[in-house]
Design a protein around this ligand. Structure first.
Ligand code: ATP
Length: 283
């Protein structure tokens, strides 16, 4: 096999809690993550040596700071592989959006190289390597719906067959995940998500209860600095979303919808008010 094509799916956080800051600087979190049907496509082609990266989105770095570069380096170091790869990334997931754009690409690279190099590593083995690249990478390897603990790497699969319609709205603002976590004062967190209630609502496939239990403690930090977050959330609800929340550290706000008519109505009302609007669904 000379070449392989892998889909890299994005995610949303249906709830996110920050429990404490560890002595190593990382934050202990609890979050429910769900894959969405919005994907980048990665084409991995063998080459003599080293890694070269190509991407159709100019916002994506092509050097060693790209997470696919880190995935290649870690895997080739561990297994002492001298072969090279060219990775072509077709971007659909907005960059720096809270939708796991980079993490999903790293996950796809590990999955693709495992095939190309015939390493025969299990999903669990790839997930253990993935956490060295980023906390969301193991989830992106697994996909579906999961409760994540630790720094995001301790995953419990949640059985969920439900598909919900999602509208993503990404305002034109830059947020750094690191800054958001650093600005969070854990003692000041007001409302925290009730994970048990959320898991039960997902199990019962009850969109209203899922929506009622959606809380992201990072939202307040980003919303304090950027009024668009609260604005987009209230617009989503005003135009028919059952629930709306900021994903991850933001700035993307998503709305969950009962039917397509309401979603389309909401989208047309937000047109011109936010630069990026994407219709997708949970998977
Ligand atoms: P997370 O994966 O933590 O949810 P995010 O969705 O908030 O992250 P990303 O799309 O991963 O954000 O982008 C964060 C930064 O990572 C970007 O500004 C970019 O410089 C860098 N980056 C590195 N590799 C990639 C990649 N393959 N795709 C997109 N961004 C990348």
């Amino acid at each position: 096999m000379e070449s392989i094509t892998i889909a890299a799916y994005g995610k949303i956080n249906l709830s996110l809690d920050v429990l404490c800051k560890r002595s190593d600087g990382y934050h202990e979190i609890e979050t429910v993550m769900k894959s969405i049907d919005l994907k980048d496509t990665l084409i991995l082609t063998k080459q003599r040596e080293g890694i070269t990266i190509e991407c159709d989105n100019p916002l994506v770095p092509l050097d060693s700071t790209n997470l696919v570069y880190k995935a290649y380096s870690i895997l080739s170091d561990i297994y002492n592989i001298k072969k090279g790869v060219h990775i072509k990334i077709h971007k659909n997931i907005p960059v720096a959006a809270g939708l796991a754009g980079g993490s999903s690409n790293a996950a796809a690279t590990l999955i693709g190289l495992n095939e190309l190099w015939g390493l025969k590593l299990s999903k669990e083995e790839l997930m253990k390597i993935g956490v060295q690249i980023g906390a969301d990478v193991p989830f992106c390897i697994m996909g579906g719906t999961a409760l994540a603990k630790g720094i995001g790497e301790k995953l419990k699969t949640i059985n969920s067959t439900s598909e919900h319609l999602v509208l993503l709205a990404k305002p034109d603002i830059e947020v750094s995940t690191k800054d958001v976590y650093n600005s969070l004062n854990i003692a000041d967190i007001g409302t925290r998500p009730d994970m048990k209630k959320m898991l039960k609502a997902i199990e019962d496939n009850d969109l209203h209860r899922i929506s009622d239990n959606m809380v992201n403690v990072l939202e307040e930090v980003t919303a304090k600095k950027h009024s668009q977050i609260q604005y987009l959330k209230s617009e989503m609800i005003k135009w028919g979303a059952v629930g709306s929340l900021m994903s991850g550290s933001g700035p993307t706000v998503f709305g969950l919808f009962q039917n397509e008519k309401e979603l389309l109505q909401c989208k047309s009302n937000l047109e011109g008010k936010v630069p990026t609007l994407i219709i997708t669904k949970t998977i």
